[in-house]
Design a protein around this ligand. Sequence first.
Ligand code: NDP
Length: 312
Amino acid sequence: MEHIRCLIIGSGPAGYTAAIYAGRANLSPVVYEGIQPGGQLTTTTEVENFPGYPEGITGPELMDDLRKQAERFGADIRSAIAIKTDLSERPYRITFDNGDEVSADTLIIATGATAKYLGLDDEKKYAGMGVSACATCDGFFYRKKTVAVVGGGDTACEEATYLAGLASKVYLIVRKPYLRASKIMQERVLNNPKIEVLFEHNTVGLFGENGVEGAHLVKRLGEADETRYDIAIDGFFLAIGHKPNSDIFKPWIQTDEVGYILTEGATPRTGVPGVFAAGDVADPHYRQAITAAGSGCKAAIEAERYLTENNL
Ligand code: NDP
């Protein structure tokens, strides 16, 4: 079985930044890219809020740069998906879908999270053409335009409020007759004149020639007074939750009820010594490329210290 000093699973900003730091610390990091090489940013177009790019950069270019930077410091980047882990004792054992089975002294989990979608064909059809799961990433493109946000939780309320600062009108499409969000977030939404909350509404489709121009809605789906109508919108934002990609670690690592890995305070330490979590898999709150990169850096520094302290 191949032995690795510092194994990194995941290739978003957290994974690659961990690889840059681990490479520069001579830990010979090995990165397994996972399901979506380059992570969630590869599905966005322009990234304008990552420091260091005054003109902005596309998501795929940014990830390509981070990958090259990791390779420059010796990261061995492989494409396979981790399917099984045994973290019961060190060295930790990880199995991948291409048949690789490795043991590792330290493990950095940077497997990210996946935004949930409604499952409509139109979401795929208009991906990057008006459909987004990140208001902070893409909201800027909808200045003075009309957008819709789907969801009734804190994320949806936060995104609707954020978008109301940019767009001329925001519809909040909520399937229940009430919001699930915290009281304060609800108040912000309900008191914002730019936001119109459509309770008991479901989206059944999107339409438009060269991008989203509107949504097909159903009010009180399945009820006797069910009504169907369309709204004109330029952007359609999903905010119905994220799923952290933590399932294969769950037997060993503590998560919250949603599946976000729990770490010790502001550190990336999990309850298993030498195993660290970085980026969105452990972050239900910020979910930004720059915060993921920062936590990847912390995880690599922790891994280096752990190896030194344990003479590994
Ligand atoms: P939540 O799970 O809290 O809310 C998801 C929302 O999406 C619910 O309103 C749910 O409706 C709706 N939804 C789910 N599936 C569908 C669907 N198929 N069609 C239509 N609507 C759907 O997720 P959040 O991302 O909002 O929040 C996750 C966690 O992060 C929460 O604990 C939240 O409090 C926290 N958070 C805190 C923030 C803060 O404090 N500033 C900011 C953002 C998040 P329904 O109610 O009917 O189930």
